[in-house]
Design a protein around this ligand. Sequence first.
Ligand code: CP
Ligand code: NVA
Length: 307
Amino acid sequence: MKHTDFISIHDYSAKEIAQLFALASHMKRSPRRYATALKGKTLAMIFEKPSLRTRVTFETGIYQLGGQGIYLAPADINLRKRESVYDVGKNLERWCHGIMIRTFGHDICTGLADAASIPVINGLTDLEHPCQAMADFMTIREHRGKLKGLKVSFLGDGNNVANSLMQAGAKTGAHVWVASPRGYEPTIEMLETARADAAKAKLGAEIIFTNDPSEAARGADVIYTDVWASMGQESEAEARKKIFRPYQVNAALMAQAKRDALFLHCLPAHRGEEVTDEVIDSSQSVVFDEAENRLHMQKAIMWMLMK
Ligand code: CP
Ligand code: NVA
């Protein structure tokens, strides 16, 4: 693969995405074979938003590959105020071998990639969360043995996680349904991009939007949800609780899906809001498998880019 960054699943072909799943699975099975794969290399990890999973999995992951992660908290760099994105990129390329960034605007992430000659990995922007969707689809594949033809339904905000799931479906042949309230849909542009990707990949994926949570849930192989107010939208949280209530994933909603449907959530979860305890703690829930797979998938991504 010739790519220098991992910013969007859209940038990778269906074949390359399949190769990443295979590599991540191999790393999961045989971690010791990669113990010195990135020996002596450093990954700068820029965080402009909080994190548990992304920080711990990238930092543990680079360590397990023989390298070192450098955690840069929001106040450390004060990106765009203390120093421009361009200057930060030009500095980091002199010392490090890769950058992971979690930020707000997607253009900050692409701007950093344009500036820096070293690989940039998207650890979440307002628009996309590609490492998450890769770990999610890896998890679904482990539990179902395939992705092609599955109905994967996301209920809630048409947000960064929904966008990346649509892109992952397009590249793997899984049908991705998104059910959101009016005004909170994924943008037409994101829907059309995923549909065009699906047509190009020729794996038969359909990307379908509906306002009706039941339509999305009916017969689904996977039910997925995420917080109703993302990081940066805290002031809208109260208003959103009422608007999103019909999209809550509870036992009644799960009963509309296949009997053995999987439940996924990127986490952190707001229990009692977008998902009830009975669902997230049920035997159908694979949320901690997803969290674990962030580690294996991101090791594969780092190795692909930084070796
Ligand atoms: N799912 C996820 O990215 O978790 P964090 O926000 O804790 O990193
Ligand atoms: N949509 C959520 C995902 C968190 C991992 C957010 O952006 O806050």
